[in-house]
Design a protein around this ligand. Structure first.
Ligand code: NAI
Length: 214
């Protein structure tokens, strides 16, 4: 697959994978492109286009073989391996993320937890001991951590990002409502539930101002 996949394509591929894994767990052997498109909120044409760049072609009258396409898609999306993750911020969000089994099930292993509050040092969450920030660099190197999660207040987020990058982390999932600047070669994705709620509120509001469909 090309290295620079446009973000909307990446999001669609991840939605296909979710649906295909669900079908695999159910034991469904094949799926047609129109069904996969409907499940992922797109068209059969778009599904065929997206999946053809993986060299994965459905068969006319048969569709895509779930058992073949799941491993191909996982490999193309770099999800056929484990990712080691360091989490910074042992507060409400950090502790909830440590306990979230979905991360581990999908290959993201939180292997180290850090916090700057000396009162939290040594406490254990989901079998992870809270480590002081002074141990970040060494721990990241020793455990081969590639990804970091930021769950600290917004004012501390950039400083934590800088420390993660200096330690060698290549990707950051940022939960703090702050814009993080990183050097080239490091990726950042920010998660903001308030933005999701705002989008939902707008869609509900726009819907209620539209005339009812005949
Ligand atoms: P919290 O106050 O419970 O925990 C923050 C933790 O960060 C504390 O344990 C604190 O000691 C630690 N910390 C502060 N400065 C630090 C530093 N420089 N280095 C290392 N650790 C440091 O906060 P909570 O509720 O867990 O929220 C964490 C972040 O997530 C906040 O920025 C909050 O606004 C954000 N948040 C994001 C949501 C989202 O949808 N993305 C939803 C809710 C909260």
């Amino acid at each position: 697959m090309p290295q620079a996949v446009p973000r909307p394509t990446l999001q669609r591929l991840l939605r296909y994978l979710r649906e295909l894994e669900r079908l695999e767990a159910e034991g469904t052997p094949t799926i047609a492109s129109d069904e996969l498109g409907a499940a992922a909120g797109t068209t059969a044409h778009q599904v065929r286009k997206d999946l053809s760049c993986l060299g994965t072609l459905g068969r006319r009258g048969v569709g895509y073989r779930v058992g073949d396409i799941v491993p191909t898609l996982r490999a193309a999306l770099a999800l056929d391996r484990q990712w080691r993750v360091a989490l910074v911020g042992a507060g409400n969000i950090g502790r909830a993320l440590c306990a979230y089994r979905g991360f581990r099930e999908r290959g993201f292993h939180i292997v180290a937890l850090f916090d700057s509050d000396p009162r939290k040092e040594g406490c254990t969450w989901a079998r992870l001991k809270v480590l002081p920030m002074g141990q970040l660099r060494r721990t990241v190197a020793e455990l081969g951590v590639e990804l970091g999660i930021i769950a600290v207040p917004a004012t501390a987020a950039q400083g934590v990002a800088d420390q993660l990058v200096a330690a060698g982390v290549r990707g950051i999932l940022n939960f703090a409502p702050a814009r993080i600047i990183v050097p080239p070669g490091v990726q950042v994705r920010s998660v903001d539930l308030a933005v999701e709620a705002e989008q939902l509120a707008f869609l509900v509001s726009a819907q209620s101002t539209q005339p009812p469909q005949p």
